[in-house]
Write a protein that binds this ligand. Sequence first.
Ligand SMILES: Nc1ncnc2c1ncn2[C@@H]1O[C@H](COP(=O)(O)OP(=O)(O)OP(=O)(O)O)[C@@H](O)[C@H]1O
Length: 313
Amino acid sequence: MEYEYPIIVNELTKKFGKQNEIVAVNSLSFKVNKGEIFGFIGPNGAGKTTTMKMLIGLLEPTGGEGHVAGFDIVKEIINIRQITGVLPEPAGYYDDLTARQNLRFYASFYDIPDKEDKIEKLLELLGLSDAIDQKLGGFSTGMRKRFGLAQALINDPEIIFLDEPTSGIDPKGAQMMRDLIKKLSRENDVTIFLSSHSMSEVEEICNRIAVIEKGKLLAVGTVEELQDMVREKEGVQYILEISDILLQDAADKLNEIDGVHETCISDDVLYVHTNTHMRTEIAKSIKLMGGTVSRFEEDRMDLQKVFLKLIGS
Ligand SMILES: Nc1ncnc2c1ncn2[C@@H]1O[C@H](COP(=O)(O)OP(=O)(O)OP(=O)(O)O)[C@@H](O)[C@H]1O
């Protein structure tokens, strides 16, 4: 089926409880572009898992609608299953079966040519060749996660849903997973919808990010766009090191400029908080005072900081 957006949700809502008193997902609307890695972040209980479960047909929405690969998430879930991969597999894995046997089982749901070859290649890709004939019950958490990704890829999916793909994995295994996720998106044009609590991971691999809290969408965009949203609200902070004039004199002078919020001196560094980008004005003012600027940086907000600002902590 031809589709413009791999995932679209429109006012998607899920309520729980006898009187629908728990609003887990509250009128969520967003679109995911083809081939992008879309990060879905939010504090505990924000509604991430509930949203993902609705997208893969495990929960029925109480309101709104959603389409995955152009298929309706309520009426056409069978079509969606054929072309998507999910980690972790909702039905779980068979601990008494080996990795190879488990993959054979999942492969049996799809029309895959040369299944045995595919199974071996996938397990090799995930660094599990040595464990191919070991029972899954004996796998470590990290091995299980990597196996889960192999399983999610068995049907060459166009869209993959990954819920916390690297939690509980050691740094080497996590990097392997991230590299593979990036490769899938870059080289195979696979669309990836990923929820994670690791801000550095999301910052490293996601093209765009949606931030949700209490079931509502707070913001969506690239890291840069989210940074701009926060700056618009919170202003910009510059970090300066200056010689030839007293830092306090520079601070006093800058405080007179319209748009400079506040200044602060700490360890021979001058921090200038402004309403908006004011690099030129600040540089000019210091030059006029006879100061020499040896360091002039804008405080780079990483995703962790942006996230905390967006959710108002
Ligand atoms: N089956 C259910 N019955 C009642 N309430 C539920 C149910 N499932 C989820 N909830 C509630 O819905 C809200 C969202 O939960 P959800 O698991 O989607 O959040 P999350 O963002 O995935 O959280 P976490 O980061 O902790 O995994 C929470 O308040 C949760 O308690």
